[in-house]
Design a protein around this ligand. Structure first.
Ligand SMILES: Nc1ncnc2c1ncn2[C@@H]1O[C@H](COP(=O)(O)OP(=O)(O)OP(=O)(O)O)[C@@H](O)[C@H]1O
Ligand SMILES: [Mg+2]
Length: 300
């Protein structure tokens, strides 16, 4: 997989304020790459620098083999961009906006198709100011894709979308990737990141503090697992002697075992060895949200 984005030690100041200090990561061709982080962490700043919309103060940036600072115009023709703070004139019609964007960056599919794909065909003649928040958001995504980009940046793409539209958008993002577009996705939705992203960078404290697949992040950063089951057996002391087990709690028939490592396998083996075979034996892993809160210090 060739590298499409290579960021090394990116830094950006606003006046004397250091928004980001040392952001480094690479994105491969065809990836859906997620950027997570608390409000104000520098996610938008990072993706705006990558699109040549802001001048970095330091670091090395390559996007599609180009320098976003010096070759911004050439880069803009090959990328799609859905900005967190987008705006259009209230009076512009949906079709006019698409037509305008398509003429600025030609080479994409006919915009009428894009209109259809994003469920806006019946709003074709509506003015921007009359669209609902979710419809405006969908229009911005459609505009980001109107030039058939090789790489698209989506900054909080599904904010304001209803659950159905959100799911629909996820499927469309997968289709876009299947057609060969690389996707950089800034999001606060953990389910979205887990469902869509091949890899995720967590930005906090002005730099990348974790970078892995969603499963890799969960495995590496989840502190403990919880195994639960029901039993009539009263003698469960043997569970406490398992090395991976930290705590056993019993409430009526319900048993909760907290611990680390291969907890489920060890607990299951010990139970079976004593003839206890609960039908409801389960393990609860940390979610990406638990891990995100741990990484970014939200639980401290
Ligand atoms: N134009 C600007 N002038 C001054 N400070 C700015 C400017 N833009 C961003 N900042 C500051 O830089 C920091 C990073 O902002 P940025 O918008 O990149 O964060 P973010 O991670 O995208 O946050 P959010 O999740 O809220 O969108 C914040 O502290 C913000 O206040
Ligand atoms: Mg932002």
């Amino acid at each position: 997989m060739s590298t499409i984005i290579d960021v090394r030690a990116l830094s950006k100041r606003y006046g004397s304020f250091h928004a980001i200090d040392d952001v480094s990561f690479t994105v491969g061709d065809g990836e859906i790459f997620g950027i997570l982080g608390p409000n104000g962490a520098g996610k938008t700043t990072t993706v705006e620098c990558l699109q040549g919309l802001r001048h970095a103060d330091g670091g090395e940036l390559r996007v599609l083999g180009m320098d976003p600072q010096r070759q911004a115009a050439a880069l803009r023709r090959r990328i799609g961009s859905q900005l967190q703070e987008s705006a259009l004139p209230d009076r512009i019609k949906v079709w006019e906006a698409l037509d305008l964007f398509a003429s600025l960056v030609p080479g994409g599919p006919p915009w009428s198709e894009t209109l259809e794909t994003w469920g806006l065909a019946d709003k074709r003649n509506a003015v921007f100011g009359s669209l609902s928040g979710g419809q405006q958001q969908r229009l911005f995504i459609a505009l980001a894709l109107v030039n058939g980009p090789e790489l698209v940046f989506l900054d909080e793409m599904t904010t304001g979308l209803d659950p159905m539209a959100r799911r629909g958008t996820w499927e469309l993002i997968r289709q876009i990737r299947a057609q060969g577009t690389t996707v950089v996705l800034v999001t606060h939705f953990m389910d979205e990141a887990e469902y869509l992203c091949d890899r995720i960078a967590v930005i906090d404290d002005r730099r990348v503090v974790a970078l892995d697949t969603p499963d890799g992040l969960i495995d590496r950063h989840s502190a403990e697992a919880l195994v639960t089951f029901s039993t009539d057996s009263a003698d469960l002391e043997f569970l406490e002697r398992i090395e991976e087990v930290r705590m056993v709690e019993v409430s009526g028939r319900r048993v909760s075992v907290t611990g680390q490592g291969a907890l489920l396998a060890k607990v299951a083996a010990a139970l079976v060895a004593r003839g206890i075979e609960p039908l409801d034996l389960q393990v609860k892993r940390s979610t990406l949200e638990d891990v995100f809160l741990t990484i970014t210090g939200g639980e401290e």
